[in-house]
Design a protein around this ligand. Structure first.
Ligand SMILES: [Zn+2]
Ligand SMILES: [Zn+2]
Length: 304
């Protein structure tokens, strides 16, 4: 049986991910308002009646903003650890979960596992149904063994590609914020995400949704281009911070060619892959920088 997945929004302004089959669905996080969640679900032809639960990854506002109203209005159980609930400040009765203990919602199985992030008790999730597995991997300061393991079993994944290291370094953020983002408890960079993709992806991976992109320290075109270079038949898309993605059907069947599957499994060794990726990436970045410089110079007479 296929799973249907969509990002309703992805980024520091709000995260909400839909994963469901023909009869039931879950939301992972609900960080946009209840009204906006409803609007985007309707726009995608997704029925709120199918949503049976919300799972909360951590207490940051971009992951919980819509939960109190949504949970009350639709009487949704909210799966959340005690520490996350306590730090969230939400007045609701959550249902606790434990890492590596799957929660069953109808025919869906949701497996939480811990991750590195500056929150009280942060978790990633894998949602599975009949051996089709979807990973929801955002807000991760550094990759870990568990992430590599779970990613290597997925048929589709929302994977964080939050920032370009140079854009972050040269950007306008104060130093404490730069260090928070890249310090191992913040977010995954484009290159950390790429390394995970190139070294741990399974032959069965159909779809990668690059997620939680920074508005200031990243560029959707740049990330798309970087990953396209190594797609080898995997559908790559960027989950937007300004709207919902389309609904993707994930059936666990490979849709690329046999040659692409073989190429994916024979990617050059890790170091060579990363070197090639970096070259392509830097070329793209230089081109963008030239564009930006041209724009800035064109605006010199009109300071903001
Ligand atoms: Zn976040
Ligand atoms: Zn966070």
């Amino acid at each position: 049986m296929s799973l249907f997945i969509a990002s309703l929004n992805s980024g520091s302004n709000g995260n909400c991910y839909y994963i469901g089959n023909a009869t039931e669905a879950v939301l992972v996080d609900a960080g946009i308002s209840c009204r906006e969640t409803e609007r985007r679900m309707q726009q995608l032809g997704l029925d709120m009646a199918r949503v049976k639960a919300v799972f909360v990854s951590h207490e940051h506002i971009d992951h919980i903003r819509g939960i109190p109203v949504l949970a009350k209005k639709y009487r949704l159980p909210v799966y959340i650890t005690a520490a996350t609930l306590q730090h969230s400040g939400m007045a609701l009765g959550g249902i606790p979960f434990r890492a590596l203990e799957p929660v069953t919602i109808g025919s869906l199985h949701v497996t939480p596992f811990t991750k590195h992030h500056d929150a009280a008790d942060p978790h990633s999730f894998v949602v599975s149904c009949n051996n089709v597995r979807i990973g929801i991997f955002t807000d991760i300061g550094a990759p870990c063994e568990q992430l590599a393991h779970h990613f290597s079993l997925c048929h589709a994944a929302f994977l964080e590609a939050n920032y370009d290291p140079d854009m972050l370094e040269n950007g306008r953020y104060p130093i404490y914020l730069k260090n928070r983002i890249r310090g191992g408890k913040g977010h995954l960079s484009n290159l950390q995400a790429l390394e995970l993709f190139n070294t741990c992806r399974p032959a069965t991976l159909q779809l990668l949704l690059l997620s939680h992109l920074s508005r200031d320290n990243n560029s959707p075109e740049l990330v798309q281009e970087l990953f396209n270079h190594y797609a080898c038949g995997v559908e790559i898309t960027v989950a937007s911070r300004y709207g919902a993605s389309k609904v993707f059907e994930v059936d666990g069947k490979w849709r690329g060619t046999a040659a692409q599957a073989a190429a994916a499994m024979q990617l050059p060794d890790r170091r060579e892959t990363l070197t090639q990726a970096l070259q392509a990436y830097n070329t793209g970045r230089k081109a963008r920088k030239r564009q930006q410089t041209a724009v800035t110079q064109g605006n010199l007479g009109f300071p903001e």
